[in-house]
Design a binder for this molecule. Structure first.
Ligand SMILES: *[C@@H]1O[C@H](CO)[C@@H](O)[C@H](O)[C@H]1NC(C)=O
Ligand SMILES: *[C@@H]1O[C@H](CO)[C@@H](O)[C@H](O)[C@H]1NC(C)=O
Length: 247
């Protein structure tokens, strides 16, 4: 009877912890900080039942592909978030909303990020590791780098996997942007478009003016010829008035 009761309690306890705690995760106290480790837990998305007083969260070495908005909304005290070694390709704007003030370290290294909107990180104060992702090196990445506070020593790991210019592939992006501006290429083409449009308008105005002047000259000439064909008496007075109008 006692054994039966004991095993019942044990089963109930296991069931309880299974329902209130994410599968494959375990809880630890590290340097006095409540820590949840879900490393290598076959996760395909962010677990929904992380305790809201967690300070450090490890989700590395899983199969997470997508971060929806408000993915970490219930973790206002989180200091450290490790999402490295996943397959993240896409992060929605607002994915890190709710983590703004406390978070000081965000690891997104070794994922599948190609292109990320800079607004995903708006208001985030954390140091971010963006190394070892298949980055497309373009103006969008330059804007992102301008907005994000990179982890010290992690900048060399942002390497171009693709670029409009073949010679950039395999090069560290931060090294490239010391001597070129990926956004000015775009600015230059819009400047040229503006110049061409302005020139087009200018040419239209000029050709209209030329046409107008020519048309008037033609009219004046025809009028003079008409006057010449009139009897001379009337012609004199008419001619002087025409000349004054022409002049
Ligand atoms: C966590 O959730 C509980 C219950 O909803 C709430 O009382 C508590 O204030 C929350 N803690 C934090 C740090 O938000
Ligand atoms: C950033 O991530 C890379 C790849 O995972 C790792 O080697 C590096 O140590 C990280 N840098 C920092 C500062 O944590």
């Amino acid at each position: 009877m006692w054994v039966l009761l004991q095993s019942f309690v044990l089963i109930a306890f296991c069931f309880h912890s299974a329902t209130t705690f994410p599968k494959g995760c375990y809880h630890a106290e590290e340097n006095g900080y409540k820590t949840i480790r879900c490393s290598n837990a076959q996760l395909v998305e962010i677990p929904k039942d992380i305790p809201n007083d967690t300070r450090k969260l490890f989700l590395d070495f899983n199969h997470i592909t997508f971060l929806p908005h408000d993915a970490f909304r219930n973790l206002p005290l989180l200091l450290e978030l490790d999402l490295s070694h996943n397959a993240i390709t896409r992060m929605e704007i607002g994915a890190f909303r709710g983590l703004l003030e406390n978070l000081h370290s965000l690891d997104l290294s070794s994922n599948k990020l190609v292109s990320v909107n800079k607004d995903v990180f708006s208001n985030l104060k954390a140091k971010v590791n963006l190394s070892s992702n298949p980055w497309l090196c373009d103006c969008k990445l330059q804007e992102l780098i301008g907005k994000v506070d990179l982890m010290v020593g992690s900048s060399g790991g942002i390497v171009c996997d693709s670029s409009a210019q073949e010679e950039h592939v395999g090069k560290p992006f931060l090294q490239l942007i010391t001597d070129m501006d990926f956004c000015s290429v775009y600015k230059r083409t819009t400047d040229i478009a503006m110049l061409v449009t302005m020139f087009g308008w200018f040419a239209m105005v000029i050709s209209y003016l030329v046409y107008y002047v020519r048309q008037n000259q033609e009219d004046a000439r025809r009028h003079l010829e008409y006057l010449k064909s009139l009897p001379s008496k009337q012609r004199k007075s008419e001619e002087s008035s025409t000349i004054s109008t022409v002049v």
